[in-house]
Design a protein around this ligand. Structure first.
Ligand code: B12
Length: 338
């Protein structure tokens, strides 16, 4: 079973415990909805690990079967073979190929994707469409929008920094004068966005047990879930196995994680600071302790500059998820050149 599925099963278990202990019927209903959406993600993840015949992929993208066989034989698409010797393509691999080759999907259902609705194609900026779908609670529309731009070749970082960050920033400004309603909407939108990012994450997740580990989360007192999940998803798409410790994580837990898992990369998302001096000292200690291990710490988030930390070869200060992508690609280029 994939790591994303295990994570979602555990998350659903925690949700069920909360549903049983919570007395408010509205909260119970909202939590049940989230659990229900998670079951959909598990189905999607399972589908991504299924195999397609060359004919099914050819139909999905409207080309001849012989083109698929040619691309496979020239190594552009990775193939597996059935015990009878027939060619098969992992759905996840098919999606990677379609994105990289800039091909268009015609039969979305063949790939387990959602067929885009007509109203999603007008010239409205994607962040406005996403904002509306988030506010209206339309999970399927959110997934469609995100899947569509992902298939067009947008990277995880670009999707997070662009439409998601912009839509949520607008949503954050919408109810500044009605904090109760605002908090309700923000929590709900966060849950919807988490589901959509988890789907994207499962499309890019790797199964290479030898891949380097990245571990991270948001600091104690910081409730933000999305930025850390986005960092995990972005790093996974860059070839890391990730351990997302989530929101509200003490630095001592990061330290324990470093000891246990020896990550090559540690990300810290800093969006809300309870005690800036303490946080600065703790991060400096963490950077110092990983320096000799050759690991690198990447920090980001709206409050990260308040710490006035100095970047060095063990500490990278990022502004965005796309920065993680550039940083990883830059390091790779450097290592190859050496
Ligand atoms: C959802 C939300 C909440 C939810 C969070 C739900 C959850 N469990 O995750 C709840 C309701 C809990 C909440 C609470 C609060 N919130 Co709030 N919240 C938001 C909202 C609407 C979206 C935040 C979000 O997830 N954005 C999506 C992320 C991905 O985008 P981003 O934050 O811009 O992050 C980008 C970069 O910073 C960077 N990045 C971030 N982390 C990292 C890490 C790494 C390693 C890297 C490389 C990059 C990186 O990449 C991201 C993508 O581009 C924002 C509005 C906004 N402008 O974003 C307000 C906002 C952040 N909240 C705000 C405030 C004031 C609060 C509270 C203090 C309110 C209060 N008085 O209690 C509390 C703080 C709670 C706490 N202790 O953490 C303010 C912050 C103002 C400021 N200081 O700048 C904002 C901007 C709203 C506003 N307009 O005033 N909030």
């Amino acid at each position: 079973m994939s790591r994303v599925c295990i994570g979602i099963y555990l998350f659903n278990l925690a949700l069920m415990l909360r549903i049983c202990s919570d007395s408010d019927p509205e909260t119970k209903r909202d939590l049940l909805l989230v659990a229900h959406k998670n079951v959909h993600i598990i189905h999607m993840v399972k589908h991504l690990n299924e195999h397609l015949s060359p004919k099914a992929l050819a139909d999905a993208i409207g080309v001849g079967e012989s083109s698929i066989k040619r691309w496979a034989d020239s190594g552009k698409i990775k193939l597996t073979r059935t015990s009878g010797g027939h060619r098969r393509i992992l759905v996840k691999e098919a999606i990677r190929f379609i994105r990289e080759a800039g091909l268009e999907v015609i039969q979305h259902a063949h790939l387990g994707l959602i067929m885009p609705r007509k109203e999603l194609s007008p010239e409205l900026p994607i962040e406005l469409l996403l904002q509306e779908a988030l506010v209206q609670g339309e999970q399927e529309k959110i997934n469609q929008l995100v899947e569509a731009i992902h298939l067009k070749g947008w990277s995880l970082g670009e999707i997070c920094d662009g439409p998601f960050a912009a839509a949520l920033a607008r949503i954050g400004r919408m109810w500044l004068d009605d904090s109760e309603r605002g908090i309700l909407i923000e929590h709900r939108c966060t849950a919807l966005a988490i589901s959509a990012i988890e789907r994207l994450r499962s499309m890019n997740e790797m199964t290479d047990a030898a891949a380097p580990i990245a571990l991270g989360g948001a600091l104690s007192g910081d409730q933000s879930q999305l930025p850390s999940l986005m960092a995990a998803a972005t790093l996974e798409a860059q070839g890391f196995q990730t351990i997302n410790l989530g929101a509200n994580t003490p630095i001592s837990t990061f330290m324990a994680g470093v000891e246990l898992h020896s990550p090559a990369r540690i990300w810290i998302s800093i969006n809300h600071l309870e005690n800036a001096r303490e946080a600065k000292r703790a991060i400096q200690d963490l950077v110092y302790s990983v320096r000799t291990k050759g690991a690198r710490v990447v920090i980001g988030g709206r409050s990260c500059r308040e710490l006035k930390l100095k970047a060095d070869r063990s500490l990278f200060i990022a502004n965005s998820m796309s920065d993680i992508e550039s940083f990883t690609m830059g390091l790779r280029a450097l290592n190859t050149a050496q």
